[in-house]
Design a protein around this ligand. Structure first.
Ligand code: E4P
Length: 218
């Protein structure tokens, strides 16, 4: 499973890159607003070291304006994926952008049928928001399983990008469910490396070894 970082803070993405977890990046209007920076400046910095897709989300909600925005974002780098909302105008824009060869990511997906419509219209990626579903008492990971089954039934090539991930358990569950990609909040990416038994095991190995040097360093 590929892992993206869900952040508009470039230093957070760089830190996750050191852990080998940056196969791409996702951003959204809320994440960008939290930085107080210009969207373009953030993306310019990210394109310097991120080779995989960087999702840039449109603000417009009508077809013509979405296209205008999307075509501009597409010029911001060779690896831009334009993020469009799962709406009627979003699907029209998706059809046009797919025909133009633009990479796309359909956001705010909460049902199998929405994922099916996005795939039929040629989406590169579809983003089911699993954490927000869980927040409402539904089964976010179950949605990933269901979309996987439907896409496999009909050989859709759209990638399932598990979004709105809240914790490391979500990550392992969406990996088991067959998500192609999980986009991780930076704190979740960090936590994936941790286990208290790793820390206590290392501490006891080093205690037992004492203050002798490593034979390799003598
Ligand atoms: C992903 O593309 C979304 O921007 C993100 O995962 C949403 O997460 P949230 O529900 O924690 O805001």
């Amino acid at each position: 499973m590929r892992t993206y970082i869900d952040s508009a803070f470039v230093d957070e993405v760089r830190k996750a890159d050191e852990l080998g977890l940056v196969d791409g990046v996702t951003t959204n209007p809320s994440l960008v607003s939290s930085t107080d920076r210009e969207y373009r400046d953030i993306i310019d910095e990210l394109t310097e070291f991120v080779d995989g897709p960087i999702s840039v989300e449109v603000i417009a909600t009508d077809y013509e304006e979405m296209l205008e925005e999307a075509r501009e974002y597409d010029t911001w780098g060779d690896n831009i994926a334009v993020k469009l909302p799962m709406t009627r105008d979003g699907m029209r824009a998706l059809q046009t952008l797919t025909a133009e060869g633009v990479q796309t990511n359909i956001t705010l997906v909460f049902s199998v049928n929405q994922a099916l419509v996005a795939a039929k219209n040629g989406a590169t990626m579809v983003s089911p928001f699993i954490g927000r579903l869980d927040d409402n008492g539904h089964d976010g990971v179950g949605l990933i399983e269901d979309i996987r089954e439907v896409y496999d039934n009909y050989d859709f090539e759209t990638d399932i990008l598990a979004a709105s991930i809240r914790h490391p358990y979500h990550v392992q569950e969406v990996a088991k469910a067959g998500a192609d990609i999980a986009t991780l909040p930076p704190s979740t990416a960090e936590k994936m490396l941790d286990h208290p038994r790793t820390d206590s095991g290392l501490e006891s190995f080093l205690d037992d070894w004492g203050d002798r040097e490593s034979p390799a360093l003598k």
